[in-house]
Design a protein. Structure first.
Length: 324
């Protein structure tokens, strides 16, 4: 059963919400699911045109070094410096034929931010860290505060890039050292089916749609539940892109806004990419206030050789992999 969730309206000023590209919290709708305490679903609370900023950041800015992506495992460092620059013309000219070779951006599966997740050890470490993007940190702090989590610190991010033939196997996000803080998930582009399971892998999940602009918060009991993305689907409106991505950005952005207008040229590339793709940003707080990583021996935090195939599944929906 779905029920309305209460938000902490007074925790986020309208001005700070505007700066993050969000509607005033008083205008958000939030829902919970009986049997899943701590799970909060917020249908698209973004202001018109503001989703475009996050799409552009995920395609043009966040994949840049020193952040880490799956292509780093297979290509020389100089080949992955500017994925956007190497892909934009190819994407702009791309038609619907599946015979066209894929650009590097279309081969992107994940990018890690802040404390970089090690896909082999399934851990974070103090010596594999780069600055977390300030705009995404600000967005995450406002959403967390609106959900009652004051002082949330965005310390690690995993960006997932899906296509119609992609899926994400069942897993639980438990590598963060502080599970008292929520996991935030932001979706853009095509829709997907999201499965929310239980504390045990074999528990039957509940299925729901995730559409462009939707935000999902997993906290409390729901923070350590198994979940998966078995399918990416064309948006429900039947158009190439969801209508919320066609909306223009307001010309009077507030002073200090983290939202940057996208040029027509940049958005043309992003829109072409999103015609068959979905982008998901997940943001986590790894450490509690004052907490430190335990001492590690003999690791440099960079062993990620098997990450590309273990995280995303493609072309084989019958395949199942172990949780991350």
């Amino acid at each position: 059963q779905v029920f309305r969730s209460q938000l902490s309206i007074s925790s986020v000023s309208d001005q700070d919400a505007y700066k993050a590209g969000l509607q005033p919290v008083s205008q958000w709708k939030a829902y919970g699911l009986s049997g899943y305490p701590g799970f909060i679903f917020i249908p698209n609370p973004f202001l018109p045109g503001c989703q475009r900023h996050w799409v552009k950041q995920c395609l043009k800015v966040y994949p840049q070094k020193p952040n880490v992506c799956n292509l780093d495992m297979h290509m020389a460092p100089e080949k992955t410096i500017d994925l956007w620059g190497q892909s934009k013309e190819q994407l702009r000219r791309k038609n619907s034929s599946k015979r066209d070779p894929r650009s590097l951006l279309e081969k992107l599966r994940w990018v890690t931010l802040g404390y970089h997740y090690n896909w082999d050890t399934k851990k974070y470490s103090a010596n594999h860290h780069t600055p977390f993007p300030s705009d995404l940190a600000f967005l995450s702090e406002q959403v967390a505060a609106a959900c009652g989590f004051w002082g949330f610190q965005a310390q690690a991010g995993i960006l997932n890039y899906y296509h119609f033939d992609s899926s994400l196997g069942i897993h639980v996000d438990e590598s963060e050292l502080d599970h008292s803080r929520p996991l935030l998930s932001f979706s853009f582009g095509q829709s997907s089916i999201f499965l929310l399971g239980g504390l045990k892998r074999e528990e039957a999940p509940t299925a729901m749609f995730m559409h462009s602009g939707d935000i999902m918060v997993m906290s409390g009991f729901s923070r350590l539940l198994y979940h998966a993305v078995p399918r990416v689907l064309p948006n429900r409106e039947g158009t190439v892109l969801p209508s919320c991505l066609d909306q223009a950005l307001s010309s009077d952005l507030p002073l200090g806004s983290v939202i940057e207008p996208s040029s027509d040229e940049d958005w043309q590339v992003c829109a072409k990419y999103l015609q068959s793709s979905r982008i998901n940003m997940t943001v986590r707080q790894v450490l509690a206030e004052g907490q430190k990583f335990p001492e590690e021996s003999g690791t440099n935090g960079k062993g990620q050789a098997s990450a590309d195939n273990s995280y995303h599944q493609e072309h084989s929906r019958a395949k199942r992999h172990k949780p991350n």
